[in-house]
Write a protein that binds this ligand. Structure first.
Ligand SMILES: [Zn+2]
Length: 479
């Protein structure tokens, strides 16, 4: 018996090997144009930062990017990941990005205990074994390798199962995803009955984006898709008012204790829904009326789609997400602690220097424009402090949202008048006050979508940064 068993195994082995080899070739052919995703856990706390592999998955759709855009032309983000050929270390793909973990490390609680966040890296299907490397910017702005792993496309543990299929709404299609910027609008907190409302919100916000430069002139370069799995209840969680909801994307207000900050920590759930649409950029529309939103570079942005200021929030947060634009405001409260040392920020629209030749947007500054550029700073700050105090009061007293909207309109009217009469109202220079700091950082123009809720365009530096991202995502410019 023993002899016979051995003979059968010996005979079967080459056949099994051939079948496995054939299967692996078949899978490689099927995966050739697909989007791959590496999911990992990012853990940190006092003295700790660790990465651990969750899984590698093959998403159901093709890679949506232009082949010429695989390597990012600039070094952006707090983190940057690279895909390299294991045999010769040739760089095949790179992307800068920021993360919820990265923001969390600048909050007070990160000094007290550990937390874990789920994150993803997406890239085109590799032809052979590749190393995946994550680099992190140090406080001086220099990148260092913090994690490395190897992905072998032949591994049987690469997950090729498709998550439950989602119905995609085509909001605007201007061409093949590989030639276009693909924006995905994800609905959260909309019930099945509210699907029509979601599509209406998605269309309205898309039109808002296309009324804003540089998106207005680039409309034909952009596709917009929408997805909205139904929620059991209407709206998303808002812990500061005792509201808790289980929603498909898991978006919530009050992130890091900031009442208006909306994010989701449920990355895997979000990715498994999003993977049914082609996308480079995602904005989550939450079905709420309370002012709120958020935006993280190359992760996602969010907006409370039912708020009176939703059109503004949508575009502002998308600026963070698409081009890594910094907040140019500095008088609203934020959850972050100030940096221990002031270094030049990597973001394209803020600077720590007033030296003409060192400013990122120096080519846009007129030869006679003074640096720093004068503006009615004291008057702005005095008025803004009053507004912030009343804003806190309105939330503390849980007044109706219309009261908050009225306060923002009052603020807008005052600022539009103040800036309109400013001596360098339309100049490009270096205006002190930006990036949550009244003194250390400068912004390019007196006003910008990244500074106030006023009816103004993106400043020249923000506009250029957004255009450059669209150029390389669509393959418009040789790298
Ligand atoms: Zn700006």
């Amino acid at each position: 018996m023993m002899q016979s068993k051995l003979s059968r195994s010996a005979l079967c082995f080459p056949a099994l090997f051939l079948v496995l080899a054939w299967l692996s070739m078949q899978m490689a052919a099927q995966d050739a144009h697909k989007t791959w995703r590496l999911d990992y856990f990012h853990t940190g706390g006092p003295g700790l930062e660790a990465f651990s592999l969750d899984r590698v998955v093959v998403e159901p759709l093709a890679w949506p990017g232009h082949p010429s855009g695989n390597i990012e032309p600039r070094e952006t983000g707090v983190y940057r990941f690279e895909i390299r050929d294991t045999s010769n270390h040739l760089l095949l793909f790179s992307r800068g990005y920021s993360s919820i973990f990265g923001e969390w490390t600048s909050t007070l609680e990160a000094g007290d205990f550990n937390r874990t966040f789920h994150e993803s890296l997406r890239f085109p299907a590799p032809a052979g074994p590749v190393e995946v490397v994550i680099n992190k910017r140090d406080p001086k702005g220099i990148f260092h390798q913090v994690w490395r792993t190897v992905v072998d496309p032949k591994s049987i543990f690469i997950d090729r199962a498709s998550p439950p299929k989602q119905a995609v709404v085509e909001i605007e299609r201007n061409g093949d995803p590989s030639e276009k910027v693909d924006i995905l609008l994800l609905g959260d907190g909309y019930t099945a009955k509210e699907r029509g409302k979601f599509v209406k919100d998605a269309r309205r916000l898309t039109e808002t984006l296309f009324r804003t430069e540089p998106f207005k002139s680039r409309r034909k370069d952009i596709n917009v898709w929408a997805l909205c799995p139904p929620s059991a209840e209407s709206g998303v969680s808002r812990p500061s008012t005792g509201v808790y909801r289980t929603t498909p994307i898991g978006a919530t207000y009050d992130v890091f204790g900031s009442e208006r900050y909306v994010l989701t920590m449920e990355n895997r759930a979000m990715r498994e829904i999003a993977c049914w649409a082609p996308y480079e950029f995602v904005e989550i529309l939450v079905n709420n009326e309370t002012y709120g939103g958020g935006g993280i570079y190359n992760l996602f942005s969010t907006v409370a789609a039912g708020n009176d200021w939703a059109n503004y929030i949508f575009v502002h947060e998308f600026g963070h997400h698409m081009a890594g634009l910094a907040d140019e405001y500095y008088t609203s409260p934020v959850a972050y602690q100030p940096p221990s040392e002031i270094v030049e920020p990597w973001e394209p629209n803020v600077t720590a220097t007033t030296e003409r030749g060192m400013i990122k947007w120096k080519d846009l500054i007129g030869a006679t424009t003074p640096l720093p550029t004068p503006w009615p700073k004291e008057e702005f700050e005095t008025f803004s402090r009053g507004i912030q105090e009343r804003r806190r009061q309105i939330r503390a007293e849980r007044r109706p949202e219309s009261v908050m909207s009225a306060l923002f309109r009052e603020e807008q009217e005052h600022e539009m008048k103040l800036f309109g009469a400013a001596p360098f109202a339309s100049a490009i220079g270096a205006f002190q006050g930006a990036n949550y700091d009244a003194k250390a950082f400068y912004r390019p123009q007196v006003d910008c979508i990244m500074f106030t809720r006023n009816e103004v365009p993106f400043c020249a530096a923000c506009n250029r940064a957004l255009s450059e991202v669209m150029d390389w995502v669509t393959g418009k410019k040789a790298r």
